[in-house]
Write a protein that binds this ligand. Structure first.
Ligand code: FAD
Length: 565
């Protein structure tokens, strides 16, 4: 029989949990399969999601230490940074995905293509739901000893009406739908029955959101229109096609260094991509978009006819995350993500049981508390009452140094600390009192707890957790399920998680910008090759690297595939 189990999961006759659902027995007993028998006694590690965080963790774990089960509606890992390139045929969809089963198989683990809908923390059960061949929903419980929640995020609707008239860009299916819609509009625009006005509407492409995703999509679309339109649609006039980016802030790419935002805006202006800043979308109708923009200090409502609208205005919590946050009540105070401690343990759950990583989570650093303690210590050293302590600018610099040392992710914000000191020094005495300082620290704390929702962070958190789980397994001889009280083993075996910002990059249409925290770089073709090589190197496997190289060569030789299926 070898090492291959007969079936991956079976429902045991046992039922339980608050909803009295069947309990899944994921590892089927197979007396002939030694590795399975051995793994049967290992702690049950359940991982939810197959995105950046979960996959980074799976790749880091040592085989055999845990009895791993992965639950996700996607049986692939999606390399999201390149997704905008797949919306216009620059890259093939299959080049951006890696089958998850291959990654799980390395750990002799199990993959269930299903969705987690709830977690019963006190029973250590995940409620899983899947749709069977007859289209009926089936639910069961999956028991865990350790659980990792890596379910990502969803698109933020910002309460705007008419989003059913928009496309989104988060999944592989989204990219396929965008490509089809763009091509459908180009084809419709060529029909003799289409009026001039209708043609201009069909060829008006609007991107709502000037963050990296919106900007990269606009750039890819612009490239396709310039490089392939003439060959594939010679009857369409380029000047009848328009691309507009609507951005609520003063600049596009507003989380990047301002010089890079300005460079990207100039580049777009040169490429005739219209950037509408300080503009807020109010409603999306099937054929036009309504937005308000400030003019002479007053908001003015405007209309833009459109044939396509991409909605990419940031992320929000998934249904599961919202449900969990509500369940954990006062332990969870962040409206945007599940809060964890610095060891990535979900706040409000028994220590060492449940972790959350990636976009669905945020780390509570308690920088304010930490630094307040430090300042109190400083006051006592000087024999002063901390509440009456006045902190000079030099003291403040020392505090800032502490922030930098203890929380490297604060580096970007530290540049602003001196300015903040002056802002808080309302009477301009050159000192802050303790209350003012605390207010300032809380403000910094709030900023730092909301680390960016990026692949970079999810990847680092997944790797961190994988390494820590390996250390936990190594710390206990004969590591077996039900014999381990995980307690605060985390702190005994490994340091707290620290985010290291490696920089941000964005493709802006035959040019690219790089923000390496003070070391910025922007440019044309050379920058594009650098941008490509960074992602090429980060790409998951040799298989995806070969496919990417083939796509780029194919496009250079034959242009993009402008077909919709
Ligand atoms: P995800 O990668 O979103 O994965 C979540 C997983 O959970 C998915 O497999 C999903 O199917 C699964 N899931 C969802 N609900 C459930 C459930 N109930 N039960 C079980 N499984 C569930 N970041 C960068 O750093 N650089 C970039 O250049 C960049 N470009 C991007 C471009 C685009 C178009 C997009 C959409 C994102 C980009 N990002 C980029 C952001 C990055 O992709 C995310 O931050 C990252 O994917 C977050 O990883 P994650 O593991 O938290 O979630």
């Amino acid at each position: 029989k070898g090492d291959i189990p007969v079936a991956e999961a079976a429902l045991s006759p046992e039922r339980g949990g608050p909803k009295n659902l069947p309990i899944a027995k994921v590892l089927v007993d197979d007396e002939d399969c030694e590795s399975m028998l051995e793994q049967k006694h290992k702690p049950k590690l359940v991982i939810l999601g197959t995105g950046w965080g979960s996959v980074a963790m799976l790749k880091e774990l040592n085989p055999g230490d845990y009895h791993v089960t992965v639950v996700s509606p996607d049986n692939y890992f999606l390399f999201t940074p390149m997704l905008p390139s797949a919306t216009v045929g620059t890259l093939e969809l299959r080049s951006l995905v890696e089958p998850v089963r291959r990654i799980v198989n390395r750990l002799r683990g199990h993959f269930l293509r299903a969705e987690a809908v709830d977690i019963e923390f006190s029973h250590k059960l995940v409620e899983v739901c899947q749709v069977d061949a007859n289209g009926e929903k089936q639910s069961f419980y999956l028991p865990y000893d350790k659980l990792v929640v890596g379910v990502g995020s969803t698109t933020n609707p910002h309460g705007v009406k008419g989003l059913e008239n928009c496309n989104f860009l988060k999944t592989i299916e989204d990219a396929r739908l965008i490509k089809n819609k763009v091509l459908r509009n180009l084809e419709l625009a060529c029909l003799p029955t289409t009026s001039d006005e209708e043609r201009r509407r069909l060829l008006s492409f609007v991107i709502s959101g000037g963050g990296p995703t919106g900007v990269e999509f606009a750039a890819e679309l612009y490239d396709m229109l310039n490089e392939d339109l003439l060959n594939s649609f010679p009857r369409l006039l380029r000047n009848e096609v328009s691309v507009h980016v609507i951005q609520s802030r003063g600049h596009i790419l507003n989380t990047y260094d301002e010089a890079l935002s300005v460079y990207a805006e100039k580049r777009f202006e040169h490429d005739q991509v219209e950037v509408l800043t300080n503009a807020r979308v109010k409603e999306v109708q099937p054929d036009k978009i309504l937005f308000s923009q400030m003019e002479d200090g007053k908001p003015v409502t405007k209309e833009l006819p459109m044939g396509f609208c991409l909605w990419s205005t940031g992320v929000a919590q998934t249904e599961l995350s919202q449900k969990l946050a509500k369940k954990l009540g006062d332990f969870q105070n962040n409206k945007h993500a599940l809060e964890t401690d610095t060891h990535l343990r979900l706040l409000g759950t028994p220590l060492g049981d449940v972790y959350a990583i990636g976009d669905c989570s945020t780390v509570q650093n308690n920088i304010a508390d930490h630094l307040t303690t430090f300042v109190r210590g400083m006051a006592y050293e000087q024999g002063k009452d901390p509440d009456k302590l006045h902190i000079t600018f030099q003291d403040w610099r020392n505090v800032a140094q502490k922030v930098r040392k203890r929380f490297p992710q604060a580096a970007g914000h530290l540049k602003r600390l001196d300015k903040l000191f002056q802002e808080y020094d309302k009477d301009q005495s050159g000192t802050l009192d303790f209350g003012e300082l605390h207010e300032l620290l809380v403000q910094i704390d709030n900023k730092l707890t909301s680390l960016p929702a990026t692949a970079q962070r999810a990847n680092q958190q997944g790797q961190y957790l994988g390494r820590k789980f390996n250390k936990i397994a190594a710390a206990i001889p004969g590591f077996r399920a039900n014999e381990v009280d995980f307690g605060d083993l985390d702190e005994a075996v490994y340091k707290a998680f620290e985010y290291r910002h490696m920089g941000s990059l964005a493709y802006i249409g035959n040019a690219a910008v790089f923000d390496f925290g003070g070391l910025n770089f922007s440019g044309g073709l050379m920058a594009v090759y650098l941008w490509r090589s960074i992602y090429f190197a980060q790409s998951v496997s040799i298989r995806t690297r070969i496919l990417l190289a083939m796509d780029w060569s194919k496009r250079a030789l034959f242009g993009r595939d402008l077909m919709s299926f």
